[in-house]
Write a protein that binds this ligand. Structure first.
Ligand SMILES: *Cc1c(COP(=O)(O)O)cnc(C)c1O
Length: 428
């Protein structure tokens, strides 16, 4: 497109020629997303304490109505737990709104130290370190740890989260991507690198889009054989797996073999923030060298107190975890019985395969508009093209009636859009 056409195409152009010129580039990039049917629209939701998974949804005209949320990462509903909310209110009343600085300059509070001790204990490690999100935890920890080790090589599962990929890129290290959960491929790659070089194997426990689980023991065996550190993202497992909610490594008796564990406070713990837990020296190196830890304001007291209450509660209470697993199994069975293309995952994540970006968006829109069911479409680049899906996350608070309503609605939408049914079921 010529410059003059670009300028004509933009209404802003008349007022400011150069901005108009640039604006059309941005508009065209957005148009690309619309054309592919994967332009992201955020739902205007208002969650209400005591009513989860019900929430108020406002449509484009601002009209409010009740919907049921089926895609929340507040997996156990801890974001509405009375103990968590009380702890947050108390901390804000007692210590104020913000932390008042970075951890280094006046923002380090007793609330930080208390939560870090709680998290180190949860994972059976010497120390833990908080970050403003799980994303920052991965980015900061992986980039820093790998950079500090001379000539380090990183082995990364191909389905690792964007935040781990960002951390690995940031380290500038040599890296090898192994096929998802493929032990033979990982071993081939490990064996191809000189024995004497430092190595890190970076992987997740529960993969968030397919809901499958890594062979943690076997990966640790390989790491041990080739002298590599193990870095495990347990973001979709903390709070939910293991007798104290430390994750799948705890459940599988492998926690002591994980050198660096990373988790979030924003999913099953229901609040916000991220962390790593590891040895004293590794945690201290990240604390001392990671830019995205050092040069940012510390988490505020209310979030920390709420997270501490949530972690403590789930360390001692198994009922949420039991009910969560039962609800997920029940939903998978109901979807399967209805002939819907559910991916029978080994975890609490219940993907329903669509395989087309536009149809996936349309199915999501129809569910919301016709059935008051909110489930966000999952499209590229979150998942590979051709594997677009609805990702259902049943919580302990979804009732049998909620599930029946969901399955009936899905059957109606599947029929209306003529979507593929059970022939596409895959097993993990
Ligand atoms: C969500 C997610 C993160 C990031 O955690 P936040 O606390 O939401 O920033 C990291 N890793 C994985 C696998 C995730 O799904």
């Amino acid at each position: 497109m010529s410059v003059s056409k670009l300028i004509q195409a933009s209404p802003t152009a008349a007022k400011n020629t150069s901005l108009g010129f640039y604006e059309s580039f941005f508009q065209n990039r957005l148009l690309d997303l619309h054309k592919e049917g994967r332009y992201r629209v955020f739902a205007d939701l208002e969650r209400q304490v005591g009513r989860f998974p019900k929430a108020i949804f406002r449509d484009d005209s601002g009209t409010a109505r009740d919907v049921t949320i089926w895609c929340s990462n507040d997996y156990l509903g801890m974001g509405h737990h009375p103990k968590v909310i009380a702890a947050m209110c108390d901390a804000a009343q007692a210590a104020g709104a913000g932390a008042g600085g970075t951890r280094n300059i006046s923002g380090n509070t007793h609330y930080h130290l208390e939560l870090e001790a709680e998290l180190a204990d949860l994972h059976g490690k010497d120390a833990a370190l908080l970050f403003t999100s799980g994303y920052i935890s991965n980015e900061a920890a992986l980039s820093t740890i790998a950079k500090v080790l001379p000539a380090c090589v990183i082995f990364s599962d191909e389905l690792n989260h964007a935040s781990m990929i960002q951390g690995i890129k940031g380290s500038g290290c040599e890296k090898y991507i192994f096929r998802h959960n493929d032990l033979a491929h990982l071993e081939t790659l490990l064996a191809s690198v000189e024995r004497c070089r430092p190595k890190i194997v970076a992987f997740e426990s529960v993969y968030s889009m397919d809901g499958d689980i890594a062979p943690i023991k076997e990966i640790c065996d390989l790491a041990e054989k080739y002298g590599a550190l193990t870095y495990l993202d347990e973001v979709h497992a903390v709070g939910m797996y293991g007798p104290r909610g430390a994750g799948v490594a705890e459940r599988d008796g492998q926690m002591h073999r994980i050198d660096i564990v990373e988790g979030t406070l924003g999913k099953a713990f229901g609040v916000m923030g991220g962390y790593i837990a590891s040895t004293r020296a590794i945690v201290d190196v990240v604390r001392s060298y990671a830019s995205s830890f050092i040069f940012t304001t510390a988490l505020p007291p209310a979030l920390l107190a709420g997270s501490t209450a949530s972690v403590r509660h789930l360390k001692a209470s198994q009922v949420e975890r039991d009910r969560h697993q039962e609800r997920a199994a029940t939903l998978k069975k109901m979807l399967q019985d209805a002939g819907l293309p559910v991916l029978l995952s080994a975890s609490h994540i219940v993907p329903l395969m669509v395989g087309d970006a536009r149809l996936c968006k349309k199915a999501s829109d129809d569910l919301m508009q016709q059935h008051n069911i909110y489930v966000q479409p999952i499209n590229y680049p979150t998942v590979p093209r051709g594997t677009e899906r609805l990702r259902l996350t049943p919580t302990p608070h979804h009732t049998d009636a909620d599930m029946k309503h969901l399955v009936d609605a899905l059957c109606a939408v599947w029929a209306g859009l003529n979507l593929r049914r059970a022939a596409t079921i895959l097993k993990f």
